[in-house]
Write a protein that binds this ligand. Structure first.
Ligand SMILES: [Zn+2]
Length: 118
């Protein structure tokens, strides 16, 4: 088991075990090889919610689009664009920040509760 024989790269639904590097199922909670618990698929930073939040941090609406809510994402993108234009006259800055922060919050919770978007 511990021999370094020809190890393939992980397949579509496979990942490396964080502990021993063995190729295991992506949604496996515990590595069958070393018994170390992997990150839980529904919590932790490295999941859809984290990715969506970071995406929204970089580009307003990107997190929503990443999650498949194109219209919602474009709304945030358009809203922040308008607020960005208004920021030229300074009055838009609070709006821009508000839309931006709310977009990050929204993307994060959208990932956690997808039914909220309906
Ligand atoms: Zn392992």
């Amino acid at each position: 088991m511990s021999t370094d024989d020809a190890r393939d790269t992980p397949g579509e639904n496979e990942v490396y075990c964080r502990e021993c590097g063995e190729i295991i199922r992506e949604n496996a909670e515990i590595c069958p090889e070393c018994g170390v618990r992997q990150r839980s698929p529904s919590s932790g930073f490295d999941n859809d919610a984290g990715i969506a939040a970071v995406a929204s941090l970089l580009i307003p609406g990107a997190g929503q689009i990443y999650l498949g809510h194109l219209g919602r994402g474009l709304l945030f993108l358009f809203g922040s664009f308008v607020a960005g234009l208004l920021s030229v006259f300074l009055v838009g800055i609070p709006f821009l920040l508000a839309i931006w922060v709310y977009g990050i919050y929204d993307a994060y919770h959208l990932a956690e509760n997808p039914e909220r978007a309906e």
